[in-house]
Design a protein around this ligand. Structure first.
Ligand code: ATP
Ligand code: MG
Length: 417
C-alpha cells in the first residue's frame, strides 16, 4: 500500500494518534511487528501496523465509517485512512490463529490477548509491540535480545511454525539477508529438514520473497542460505541440478558485486550460467512474473555473451544490443562478472565508450523501409527482413549513407545466389 507521496514523519505521527484514540476509548493498543523491529534497528518503517484489544466493529465505530475500510474485518483487520501524506494504517484485533489446514493459511482466527497475538507471529524480532505513548517496548517472545544479537529465530518450535506456514522458511532467509542477521541454528535446521515442502506456497509469494532477497544488498548471502538450507533446490532447481562448485561460487560473488540491481538484473546474473533465454523465461512463467520482468530477464540472459570481444567486432554486430533498453543492466551484469574474477571488463568499457556518442550516431534513422522496397517492385515476403537487416548493417558500418545506395544494395543482394 505504500505510495510515493507518503512522508515518514506524518505516517509515524498518524500511527501514534491511532493508538492514542483507541487507548482513550479504553482499548489496549500498540504498534506491532515489522514497524517496531525497524524502528529499533534504526530503519524507517515503510508502514505502521497497530494491534489492539478492540474488536473490528469497535475500531470502525471509533474512527467512523468514512475513514475505515473493512475488507479484512473477518480476520480482525480494519484499515484506518489517514491524511494523504500519512497513508492508511492497518488496525488488527489481537488474535490467535486456529489450525492451519493448507500449510499456509489459518482455517480461522479467534480474538485473544496481546501475548497470544505476539506469539502467533513468525520470528521473535517480528513479535514485538511498542507503546508509542509511553515509549515502551513490550516483548513476549525474546525479540529484543535477538535484535541485539542479530538473530532470526522462530517463535516457539521452529518445525511447528514452518509446518503451519511454509512461507516462513523463505521469510527467515529474506530477513536474515535484508538485515544481515544470523539464522538461529535450530531455525536453520528446521528449514533444512522441510525445505522441499516450500512448493506448497503459491508461485507469486515465492517470487515476491525471491525478488526482495535478490534486490537487497544481502543477496549473495541470501542465495548462500538458500543453498545451505536446500530451499534453492526446491525454488530454483535449475541452478542446483548441475551445480559445479566453481561456477556457483563465481556466480555468488558476481551477485554480490551488483549495486542496487533491478530484479531482472539480479535474477539474470544468478541463473544465466545455467539457463538460456528460454530457460529464464520458463522460470519467470513458473513464478508468474510480469511480462515486462520476464522479457528483460530473458533478454539479459540471451545477450550475456553478446558483448564479448567488443573491440574487435564490427559496429553492426554490437549496435542492436547497445541501443536496446536493457543495455545498462547488461553492462552491469558483464562488469559484475568481471569484478567477481578480480578483473575489469574491456568489453564493457569499450561499449561504454560507444554509448557516450550522440544518439543520432548510435542509432541513425533507417535509410529505407519495407515501403521503399515495395516501391522498387520487390515482391513482399520474408526476404524483406533479411534485406533490411543487411542494409542496416551496411549503413551502421559506414558502407552506405543514402537511400539510393541502400536500394542499389537491395537489388544486388537479391541477385546473390
Ligand atoms: P516487511 O514489511 O519489511 O516485509 P514485516 O515484518 O512488516 O516486514 P509483513 O509481511 O508486513 O512483514 O507482516 C507484518 C507482521 O505480521 C510481521 O512483522 C509478523 O509479525 C507478522 N507476519 C507476517 N507474515 C507472517 C507469517 N507468514 N507468519 C507469522 N507472522 C507473520
Ligand atoms: Mg510490513
Amino acid at each position: 500500500m505504500s505510495m510515493s507521496a507518503l512522508i515518514p514523519e506524518s505516517q509515524r505521527r498518524f500511527a501514534r494518534s491511532v493508538v492514542e484514540k483507541l487507548r482513550n476509548a479504553g482499548h489496549e493498543s500498540y504498534w506491532a511487528g515489522g514497524c517496531v523491529r525497524d524502528e529499533l534497528l534504526g530503519r524507517v518503517p515503510h508502514d505502521y501496523d497497530v494491534a489492539t484489544a478492540a474488536p473490528p466493529e469497535e475500531v470502525q465505530r471509533i474512527f467512523g465509517r468514512r475513514r475505515t475500510l473493512t475488507i479484512g474485518a473477518a480476520f480482525g483487520v480494519v484499515t484506518v485512512l489517514g491524511p494523504p501524506e500519512a497513508g492508511p494504517i492497518e488496525v488488527a484485533t489481537f488474535r490467535q490463529d486456529a489450525e492451519y489446514l493448507d500449510g499456509r493459511h489459518p482455517a480461522a482466527v479467534t480474538f485473544s490477548s496481546a501475548r497470544e497475538d505476539a506469539l502467533r507471529r513468525d520470528f521473535t524480532i517480528n513479535g514485538l509491540f511498542f507503546d508509542p505513548l509511553a515509549g515502551e517496548v513490550i516483548d513476549f517472545g525474546g525479540g529484543r535480545e535477538d535484535l541485539a544479537a542479530r538473530v532470526i529465530r522462530a517463535i516457539g518450535r521452529p518445525e511447528e511454525r514452518f509446518e503451519e506456514d511454509k512461507l516462513r522458511m523463505l521469510r527467515a532467509v529474506r530477513f536474515a539477508a535484508e538485515f544481515d542477521f544470523a539464522l538461529d541454528p535450530g531455525t536453520q535446521e528446521a528449514i533444512g529438514a522441510m525445505a522441499d515442502r516450500i512448493t506448497v506456497v503459491s508461485a507469486e509469494r515465492i517470487a515476491a520473497e525471491m525478488c526482495r532477497m535478490l534486490v537487497s544488498p544481502g543477496r549473495e548471502r541470501a542465495v548462500r542460505l538458500l543453498l545451505q538450507t536446500r530451499l534453492a533446490e526446491a525454488v530454483l532447481p535449475e541452478i542446483t541440478a548441475t551445480a559445479t562448485p566453481d561456477r556457483m561460487e563465481s556466480t555468488l560473488v558476481a551477485l554480490g558485486q551488483l549495486k542496487e540491481p533491478s530484479f531482472p538484473l539480479a535474477l539474470a546474473t544468478l541463473v544465466g550460467r545455467w539457463v538460456d533465454a528460454a530457460g529464464a523465461e520458463e522460470i519467470g512463467r513458473r513464478w508468474r512474473l510480469s511480462n515486462r520482468i520476464i522479457e528483460r530477464t530473458a533478454w539479459l540472459v540471451g545477450h550475456q555473451d553478446a558483448l564479448a570481444g567488443a573491440a574487435e567486432r564490427p559496429w553492426s554486430a554490437l549496435q542492436r544490443t547497445l541501443v536496446a533498453p536493457g543495455i545498462e543492466e547488461l553492462l552491469r551484469l558483464v562488469e559484475a562478472r568481471a569484478a567477481a574474477a578480480g578483473a575489469t571488463s574491456d568489453d564493457a568499457a569499450c561499449c561504454r565508450r560507444w554509448l557516450a556518442r550522440p544518439r543520432q550516431e548510435l542509432d541513425p534513422p533507417a535509410l529505407v523501409s519495407g515501403a521503399d522496397l515495395a516501391e522498387q517492385g520487390i515482391p513482399p515476403g520474408p526476404v524483406y527482413s533479411r534485406l533490411l537487416d543487411r542494409i542496416r548493417d551496411a549503413q551502421l558500418d559506414g558502407l552506405i549513407a543514402s537511400r539510393d545506395e541502400a536500394l542499389l544494395l537491395a537489388r544486388r543482394l537479391l541477385e546473390e545466389p
